[in-house]
Structures are given as structure tokens and as C-alpha cells.
Design a protein around this ligand. Structure first.
Ligand code: SF4
Length: 362
């Protein structure tokens, strides 16, 4: 079992990593450790999250003695990408880690919007049949510093007059299996002294870990929750997503309603359309029946085949027919635009397919 420090740092280092904590948490830690006033946390939080300064010695509003003590005891470390891949549409993918312990982030550019898709685990053990990450198996949970670090490293790719506007937790891994670390990063995003991204422009995607979805509702998290539905038929969903054997649709529906009630926001259902698998009008009918009574919107995503994949992308005709059956029977339906399809072969299947699209809603 990892200690709190190890969870935060990801390593059993002698120096404690403060990255991934809010300014208030940093302030409390410095009060405990050195008896410093709590506003020190605000100063350090500003340097890190607003100005991208990670060396205590460069924090010029701290006195020299404190900078030395901070350097001896703490760190603000996050990995740098090992490689960056560029797509002609401006999408960039950053690869982190070594050997089998790898993860990735994606930067998508769409009009004024700059969206970062972050990973929360190295690999994933949930075995969804349509997903490239599933073939890697689970390696480990990423730390808050490694998750927030992806937003920081992606931000470094942007020119001075641009900034990250949206964050989606749709890269490698199941975010709610790494709940505490994801919650810590959401706290940093939500805190006004943290990253300047709005929590309202942050989305966390889950395949449907029902107990953690209820916890999300109890914690009153303000970020959007997106549930990868894929199928509204228990038998088929269990074949495509083993997690459904543990938490079937009826339980998932109850949890989705709990989140919508607690947050007063619609839950999003992500539905990846796979040719001849889940894209018939009968499938759409089951989907309409499933969402009945859930304040929600539906995002349709065209499947993008990857080398290990046994599924195909449906024709545009089938995608539109599916959408046209859903709307107006469903309150809001969007067909998501694809980004960087030429560089996302190893991504969690939702990465690279977020952002804007054609939406119909009432
Ligand atoms: S879709 Fe998500 S939960 Fe399923 S295997 Fe891929 S990364 Fe894991």
C-alpha cells in the first residue's frame, strides 16, 4: 500500500513533490514543515501554475533562506515528453515514460479552443475490446504530478498568446480507477490559484465504475462526467466492455441519475459507432430507451480502426441515420469531429475525438 507521499510523488524519493497540490495545500504543508505563513502557498502556486516556474531558486519573492530550505526538502517535478508527434491538422501527441511504463497526452486545436487530453494510468486493465490501450495491460496509476504535468507540458507547446482552454481525461486508463489522483488534479484546476482552466471546461470520462460515480456525486465535483456507453444492451455491452458484467446498465443508469441530480448538470454518454456492431436503428432504439429519465446528452463518435482492431468505422450514411433516429427522441446529440486520426493509434479510443462537432439539441 502506497503512503500519501508516495501517491503524490509516485516514487519513494527523499524529496516530497508539491506539484499536483493546490496553493492552499502547499501553504498548509509549508506551515507544518517550516512554520511559514500560509500565503507562501499562494506565491508558489502562482509561480508554478501561472508562470511555469518549477525551480524554487527562481521564485524571486521568496527569501533566499526559504528557497534553499524548499530545495532541500521539496521538488516540483514532472516528466518531460520523450517524443512529440505532429498531425497535419495541428494536433500533437506527447509521449511520456520508458519501455512499457508509458502514457501520452494529446493537444487538439479547434478554432479558439485548445484542448488537452490527459492519461491517468500507464496502460489499462479493463480490456474494452475496441480500445488500443487495452492491449498494453495495466502498468500503474499515474500520480497527480504526472497528470497535472501533462497539462503543463502541453501548455508549453503553445505560443505566448494562447493557453489551454479545455481539459479532457480521455487518454490512457480509466480515470475513476485512479480516483484520488484525478480528484487532486481537479482540485488544482478548480482552485482559482491553480491552472487557469475552468473546471466547467473539464471533462472526465469513465467506462462506468458505479461506486466511484456515486462517490463523484457525493463529492459534488463540478467537472463534467462522460460515460462511455458503447451499447445499451447488457449482453452486447458485457461482450465489448467486461466492466459491464460487474456493473450492468441498470446500476449505471442509477449512478448517472445520481450525478445529474447532485451536480445539476447533464451527464454525457459517449457512443462509439462501430460498423455492423452497435450502429443499427434497433441499437439506437435501445439507446433511447436506456436514457429515458436521465438528464443527458449523447456524443456519437466514429470508430477509428487501429492495427489490433477487429472493428470498422461505419459509413457516413449509417452515422447520420443513427443520429436522425436519436434526435429528437434524445434531448441533445452531437457527432464528434475527429482530430489527429493519423497519430492516435495507441491512444485510449476517445482521445483525438473530442472537441466540437455537429450538435442538435432541445
Ligand atoms: S476504453 Fe478506457 S477503460 Fe476501456 S480499455 Fe481503453 S483505456 Fe481502459
Amino acid at each position: 500500500m502506497m503512503t500519501n507521499d508516495e501517491l503524490t510523488t509516485g516514487v519513494t524519493a527523499t524529496k516530497e513533490n508539491l506539484l499536483g497540490r493546490t496553493a492552499e495545500q502547499i501553504g498548509r504543508r509549508l506551515t507544518d514543515e517550516f512554520g511559514e505563513p500560509s500565503y507562501r502557498g499562494q506565491q508558489i502556486g502562482n509561480w508554478v501554475y501561472r508562470h511555469g516556474v518549477f525551480d524554487f531558486h527562481d521564485m524571486t519573492n521568496l527569501n533566499g533562506g526559504l528557497r534553499d530550505r524548499l530545495t532541500d526538502r521539496f521538488t516540483l517535478d514532472t516528466p518531460r515528453p520523450k517524443a512529440i508527434q505532429d498531425s497535419p491538422d495541428g494536433t500533437q501527441k506527447l509521449l511520456f515514460g520508458d519501455d512499457t511504463d508509458v502514457w501520452e497526452s494529446v493537444l487538439m486545436r479547434d478554432g479558439e479552443r485548445r484542448t488537452v487530453c490527459v492519461s491517468t494510468q500507464s496502460g489499462c486493465g479493463l480490456g474494452c475490446r475496441f480500445c488500443a490501450t487495452a492491449t498494453m495491460g495495466f502498468q500503474r496509476n499515474l500520480t497527480p504530478a504526472e497528470i497535472v504535468g501533462q497539462i503543463i507540458r502541453v501548455g508549453e507547446l503553445l505560443p505566448e498568446d494562447e493557453r489551454v482552454t479545455n481539459v479532457v481525461f480521455m487518454g490512457m486508463g480509466e480515470p475513476l480507477q485512479n480516483y484520488d489522483a484525478v480528484k487532486a488534479v481537479l482540485d488544482v484546476i478548480a482552485s482559482t490559484s491553480g491552472l487557469e482552466v475552468s473546471i466547467r471546461k473539464t471533462t472526465v470520462s469513465t467506462v462506468g465504475l458505479v461506486p466511484q460515480i456515486h462517490r463523484w456525486a457525493q463529492d459534488g465535483i463540478k467537472a463534467h462526467l462522460a460515460i462511455s456507453l458503447i451499447s445499451a444492451d447488457d449482453k452486447q455491452r458485457s461482450e465489448l466492455m467486461p466492466i459491464n458484467r460487474r456493473y450492468p446498465l441498470a446500476e449505471l443508469k442509477e449512478a448517472a441519475i445520481a450525478v445529474a441530480n447532485a451536480t445539476k448538470h447533464r451527464v454525457t454518454f459517449e457512443y462509439i459507432l462501430m460498423d455492423g456492431i452497435n450502429d443499427s436503428i434497433d441499437d439506437a432504439r435501445k439507446l433511447v430507451s436506456f436514457i429515458h429519465g436521465i438528464p443527458c446528452k449523447i456524443n456519437l463518435i466514429r470508430f477509428h480502426p487501429h492495427p489490433e482492431s477487429e472493428f470498422r468505422r461505419p459509413s457516413e450514411e449509417r452515422v447520420l441515420a443513427f443520429r436522425d433516429y436519436l434526435y429528437p427522441r434524445a434531448p441533445a446529440v452531437m457527432i464528434r469531429k475527429s482530430f489527429g486520426v493519423d497519430i492516435d493509434a495507441a491512444c485510449g479510443q476517445l482521445a483525438g475525438r473530442v472537441g466540437t462537432g455537429d450538435q442538435v439539441s432541445r
